[in-house]
Design a protein around this ligand. Structure first.
Ligand code: F6P
Length: 543
């Protein structure tokens, strides 16, 4: 594949390169009364206003040419047709099948996958109904009141984020907790909130070999058996979600209590697979399927819309404009929805584990920057913390602001205040406040520079009628396909994650050295060696 930066289309884009200060957003709006309507797009139930980005028609069409030069349409078809586009792991990438309709023809290696997906979905639905209705009893005959999902990364962030996002749809008598961290504080604080006889543990791990998850799952099992006094209790209180039947059995969970998914589902693309079981128990199978239908709406949009009004593609191209042409290294996601408070963290894994890479598909080093740093917090909280930098700092941070017309909770006019704040922030960021405007307010001259806002701080406004299961599915799929588009243009594999391996290997060695009573010789750098010795010494002194 030709590196994108060596194509004439990229050279043309470079010829349009500007600094953010050179773009005149005020002027762009003043000279074109149709700017907002022309740059506002629909995808499913999402209305996406891109008019406050630092783009004009020439820039946008140059970006679209870059997408064409990267054969984006063919890449999208390769994805949907099950080609092994995850070349370093020799796998297909088929998370779209997780939200398929029974008649859809998705295949992997020539084998239809939709029937398997629906078989597991039906098993999950049956199980979730039994838990929700109280038909499934714990070992002592109690019904399940607490679900604890034990998993990390893609086996945690998706369901944990969605459980909070869909709080209004959850079962009132079943609480779901999420344990991910190897820090014993995570499991200990969770176990302190639940009772063994009414708790179901869902051990979620694609590989079923992840250190944190297995350590937490073993400790949870020991806690349960200790409280209920019988190993046989495990069968009523533990289920597993994994691709690895052998390891699940080796752990001691019967395959009857296992919900399967497949290696063509990447961890960070798996929240709509059986990894979503804890979420399904919480919101019920019907709402879960509504969420899947939402994902599907955006899959259809991404696959079939022309590039020029394909919203994930446009978001991706605008992101490339900032990352590669304006040199902006971070991108914020700011949901004006408290229930979406974990959405930025979810997107961090989705985006940064997918596109945080410097090696191209062909093994050569990328000649241009790839994935940006993704971060964010819900509004309005962020306004009273880091928005100062967004408005007046020396670093420009493009941002997506996400809001909803209808709230899921009514308290006085607080939702109007929330939505109004979102619009006001986008306006302030985009248009700022000039020196003359400040002076016109009779401000003391020495304060004028401090009270001036430069503007030209770009935002998208992503608005949906309400935060429903379907809309959540649409939002996630929007970002999944944005990430895929960017990876395709940069020529990297968005579906492996070799960058997490080295730390895992070194951790295994260091953990051994911290706890081995024989105190083996240390052969790390002098800093790591000293830290290990200090830790051992402190433990010895503590007794
Ligand atoms: O360490 C990274 C990672 O492999 C992620 O990609 C994955 O989501 C997470 O660990 C958990 O992996 P598993 O589901 O196999 O336990």
């Amino acid at each position: 594949m030709t590196p994108i930066e060596t194509t004439p289309e990229w050279s043309h884009l470079e010829s349009l390169r500007i600094t953010h200060g050179e773009f005149d957003l005020r002027g762009a709006f003043a000279s074109d009364s149709t700017r907002a309507s022309r740059l506002t797009f629909e995808a499913g139930d999402l209305t996406v206003d891109l008019s406050k980005h630092l783009i004009d028609d020439d820039i946008l069409s140059a970006l679209l040419e870059v997408a064409r030069a990267a054969d984006l349409k063919q890449r999208i078809e390769a994805l949907f047709s099950g080609e092994r586009i995850n070349t370093t792991e020799e796998r297909s990438v088929m998370h779209m099948a997780l939200r398929s309709e029974p008649g859809d023809g998705y295949t992997v290696d020539g084998e239809p996958v939709v029937p398997k997906v629906h078989e597991v979905l039906d098993r999950m639905s049956g199980f979730a109904r039994r838990i929700r209705s109280g038909e499934w009893k714990g070992f002592t005959g109690s019904r399940i009141r607490h679900v604890v999902n034990i998993g990390i990364g893609g086996s945690d962030l998706g369901p944990a984020m969605a459980y909070r996002a869909l709080r209004s749809y959850t079962h009132p008598q079943i609480g779901v907790q999420f344990v991910s961290n190897i820090d014993p504080a995570d499991l200990a604080s969770t176990l302190a909130r639940v009772e063994a006889e009414s708790t179901l543990f869902i051990v979620s791990s694609k590989s079923f070999t992840t250190l944190e998850t297995l350590a937490n799952a073993k400790a949870a099992r020991a806690w349960l058996v200790d409280r209920l006094g019988d190993d046989a209790a495990v069968a009523r209180h533990f289920v597993a979600v994994s691709t690895n039947t052998d390891e699940v059995e080796a752990f001691g969970i019967e395959t009857d209590n296992m919900f399967e998914f497949w290696d063509w589902v990447g961890g960070r693309y798996s929240m709509d697979s059986a990894i979503g079981l804890s979420l399904m128990v919480a919101i019920g199978p019907e709402s879960f399927r509504e969420m899947l239908a939402g994902f599907r709406k955006i899959d259809d949009h991404f696959r079939h819309r022309p590039l020029e009004d394909n919203v994930p593609v446009l978001l991706a191209l605008i992101g490339i404009w900032y990352r590669n042409l304006l040199g902006l290294s971070t991108y914020a996601v700011l949901p004006y929805s408290n229930d979406l408070d974990r959405f930025p963290a979810y997107l961090q894994q989705l985006d940064m584990e997918s596109n945080g890479k410097r090696t191209r598909l062909d093994g050569t080093l990328a000649g241009i920057d790839t994935g940006p740093i993704i971060w964010g917090e819900p509004g309005t909280n962020g306004q009273h913390a880091f928005f100062q930098l967004l408005h007046q700092g020396t670093t420009v941070v493009p941002a997506d602001l996400i809001g909803f017309i209808e709230p899921n909770d009514e308290i006085a006019n607080q939702h109007d205040m929330l939505f109004g704040n979102m619009l006001a922030q986008a306006e302030a960021l985009g248009f700022g406040k000039s020196r003359e405007e400040v002076q016109a307010e009779d401000v003391e001259e020495r304060l004028v520079p401090h009270r001036t806002f430069p503007g030209n701080r770009p935002t998208s406004l992503i608005v949906a009628p309400r935060l429903t299961p379907s809309v959540l599915g649409q939002l996630i799929a929007l970002y999944e396909h944005k990430v895929f588009t960017q990876g395709s243009i940069w020529g990297i594999n968005s579906f492996d994650q070799w960058g997490v391996e080295l730390g895992k290997v070194l951790a295994t060695r260091v953990i051994g050295e911290l706890t081995d009573g024989n105190e083996p010789d240390l052969e790390h750098d002098s800093s790591t060696n000293a830290q290990i010795r200090r830790y051992r010494e402190a433990k010895r002194t503590a007794g």
